[in-house]
Design a protein around this ligand. Structure first.
Ligand code: ADP
Ligand code: MG
Length: 698
């Protein structure tokens, strides 16, 4: 037995706060359990009532002469602690706390108190501030939503109660089949991760669908998603642009929560959707159809217009249509009049009847080139949509292959009815070609996830002790900012390439150091008070000889002192100048929910103005880092554009991975890392600027 079975497979349910007032939630919960024909035992509890909805009402939960698996708590917030205590004494195992008035209105203290009591008795809590649990397999509506959702195999979990009730109603219109609909509320105990884990083991569920506003334990969520064998589809609401704008580094200010959730979903193999319609559409597709295991999508249509719309959507959702092979085109020819088109989309023409659809679909699905199929139909005057969909269904069945199919029927009531029939027969139907394509794109996304197994992070062999020592030294000096020389020592300890160089305290020092290096050189101010060296006039590039070294030394000191007379100056860093290449940026920051995250982008205006960057939750290995690189819009520049050769993507991925490991290894000490710029070449790269900001604590 799973510890959450008492909540999701209860044999008996008590309603603590059951009421005789039909308008009260405590009444609705009793009535809903009765109306939904729950087969378990229902025990209303209320000290002032003897009977509710014809059921015997107990004055205390302790009076119930039987075991109670789950209790719905519908008493006012201030008496929830006492009710929880009683449930504990009774031996209740799961609490669904519908009552509100806790952390959502600033009463975290009251919520914590309830959690403590529940813990003492080993009870798990869903809520508080939930609508309840709508359980189709058990036919138990343990909630104040009016009825159970349209039955099916998706577990839908919502962080918004109002939305859950609305979505419940909508499932009956869209015919999106639901096993469980769960309101997750304040997540004082059970959170998304716990439910994902639970529904992975639930035989009545084959897809998990999430409406997410915010997640506290980001890592726990990510781990649960990674372990999930069942597809997860999610919408993230409340994506704020206001990242940590006060942060000193680029990564900090660019890491808005939207990008981080996007990264987490990708890494957790969660299909992220753009809006509520898509959540319904993709939930249905993932529940009814197999994943799409290749990129070859074929579209069959009886109308050119919907074919074009579908073609556009295919490009938008990243499964652009390709030309079908000649033998497939020949096969398609057999099912259309002379003026049809066997290309992709296959246009059967407005003359197409059931026989044409059946024949072309069956041949297409059986052809090895086809990985997935979208069937489009425009209602015509001489065809009956019901007849057409029966043809579609038959041909899928007779093809005998496991390939995904989605269907769009564009038309009136007859088409809608026919679509409903399709859904009942496990073929997803949508009213628009756009939605049918988007749904198959979600199936492709899931297929891609399946083809790319999640690996454990192994990590590089690095010199951690060295970094420990440097950080300890900084701390003892009370320094939060690791200046470039120290930061580069840290980078080098993690296997990153940095230019040769040394810190000069005096002009003579600088000359001596210059003699041990290769011209041209770069000279830079080193000061714990100067974060952006160029802004302070603290960087001199292309220093060509000893005379220029002396000049640069004085010039930099002059400029920095006039920029900030109080700046403490450690000296001037004399280093070799890296050859010209493509400037990129790699950075890390600490996210409140997800911890260390790593960012990659192109340097200069690309990062400053276009914010063309991409994120991952750290650490990531080189293979995963490689996936980040094509995600930026400026990828063409790295791939080699306008006569330039391609840059060393492998070296770049290696550097991203190493820095992600550094951020992870020192997550308690390091707040932000900035490698900006990292100059990339056809072979190899060089990190020419580095800074590390330590955490404030201790
Ligand atoms: P900051 O970012 O603090 O202003 P940087 O160290 O990044 O200072 O230097 C400013 C610019 O100078 C860099 O963006 C890079 O273009 C160039 N630069 C700095 N160091 C080197 C180097 N060793 N080799 C080549 N170019 C360099
Ligand atoms: Mg810089």
């Amino acid at each position: 037995m799973h510890p959450l079975d008492p909540i999701f497979k209860p044999k008996s349910i008590a309603i603590v706060g059951a009421s005789r007032d039909p308008r009260a939630i405590g009444h609705q919960c009793v009535k809903n359990l009765l109306d939904s024909e729950y087969k378990g035992k229902i025990y209303p509890v209320n000290p002032k009532a003897d009977e509710v909805e014809g059921l015997k009402c107990y004055h205390s939960i302790l009076d119930i002469p039987d075991e109670v698996d789950m209790a719905l708590i519908v008493v006012p917030a201030k008496v929830v602690p006492a009710a929880t205590e009683e449930c504990g004494k009774k031996g209740v195992k799961g609490l669904v706390i519908i009552a509100s008035g806790f952390s959502e209105i600033g009463r975290k203290d009251l919520e914590d108190q309830v959690v403590q009591i529940a813990k003492k008795y080993g009870m798990r809590i869903l809520g508080p501030n939930v609508v309840g649990v709508l359980n189709n397999p058990l036919k138990a509506n343990a909630s104040f939503a009016p009825y159970l959702p349209y039955p099916g195999r998706a577990a839908m979990i919502s962080q918004s109660g109002a939305l859950l009730i609305a979505m419940d109603a909508r499932t009956w219109v869209d015919h999106v089949g639901i096993s469980h609909m769960i309101s997750i509320g304040n997540m004082s105990d059970l959170d998304f991760a716990d439910l994902i884990e639970y529904f992975n083991g639930d035989k009545d569920t084959n897809v998990i669908s999430l409406y997410v506003e915010g997640i506290n334990k980001g890592r726990k969520f990510l781990d649960a998603c990674k372990k999930s064998k069942k597809p997860i589809v999610a919408i993230k609401a409340g994506v704020s642009k206001r990242g940590a704008s006060a942060a000193a580094s680029h990564t900090g200010s660019l890491a808005g929560s939207a990008k981080i959730y996007e990264a987490a979903f990708k890494q957790g193999h969660v299909v992220q959707v753009e809006n509520l319609n898509a959540l319904f559409d993709e939930t249905m597709a993932l529940a009814l159809q197999p994943p799409m295991m290749g990129d070859n999508l074929l579209i069959i249509t009886n109308g050119g217009g919907v074919g074009v719309l579908a073609t556009d959507a295919a490009e938008k959702y990243k499964i652009p249509l390709k030309d079908a092979p000649d033998d497939l085109k020949l096969l398609m020819r057999k099912h259309m009049p002379e003026f049809g088109s066997p290309k992709n989309p296959v246009d059967l023409t407005g003359m197409a009847d059931r026989v044409n659809y059946e024949g072309s679909i069956k041949d297409a699905l059986k052809h090895p080139w086809v990985d997935g199929l979208v069937v489009l139909y425009c209602e015509t005057s001489f065809t009956d949509p019901m007849n057409i969909v029966k043809g579609i269904y038959n041909s899928i069945k007779e093809s005998g292959v496991e390939k995904p199919v989605t269907v769009s029927l564009v038309g009136g009531e007859r088409s809608i009815k026919a679509g409903q029939w399709l859904i009942e027969n496990r073929v997803p139907y949508y009213s628009s070609p756009h939605a049918a394509v988007r749904a198959i794109a979600a199936l492709r996304q899931h297929g891609k996830f399946m083809q790319k197994p999640i690996r454990d992070f192994k990590g590089y062999n690095v010199n951690k002790q060295k970094v420990d020592a440097i950080i300890a030294k900084m701390k003892s000096n009370g320094r939060k900012l690791l200046t470039e020389p120290y930061a580069k020592e840290v980078f080098a300890a993690y296997g990153l390439t940095v230019p040769k160089g040394k810190l000069a305290k005096t002009e003579e020092d600088a000359v001596k150091i210059a003699r041990s290096l290769k011209y041209p050189l770069v000279m830079k101010i080193v000061s714990p008070d100067v974060i952006h060296k160029s802004d302070a006039g603290g960087v001199k590039v292309d220093v060509k000889n000893e005379k220029e070294v002396r000049e640069a030394f004085r010039e930099i000191l002059d400029r920095v002192t006039s920029y900030d007379p109080h700046a403490r100056i450690d000296g001037i860093y004399v280093q070799e100048m890296a050859p010209w290449g493509t400037e990129t940026i790699i950075g890390t920051t600490n996210d409140k929910q997800f911890g260390p995250i790593v960012m990659f982008g192109l340097g200069g205006v690309f990062v400053e103005i276009l914010k063309d960057v991409t994120f991952r939750i750290a650490p990531i290995d080189k293979e995963d880092a490689k996936d980040m690189i094509p995600e930026i819009k400026g990828y063409g520049i790295l791939r080699g554009a306008r006569g330039q050769k391609a840059k060393d993507i492998d070296a770049l991925a290696d550097a991203i991975s190493r820095l992600s490991q550094l951020a992870w290894d020192f997550k308690d000490e390091i707040s932000e890392i900035d490698a900006n710029p990292v100059i990339v070449y056809e072979k190899g790269l060089c990190v020419v600027d580095a800074r590390i900001i330590l955490k404030d604590n201790r």
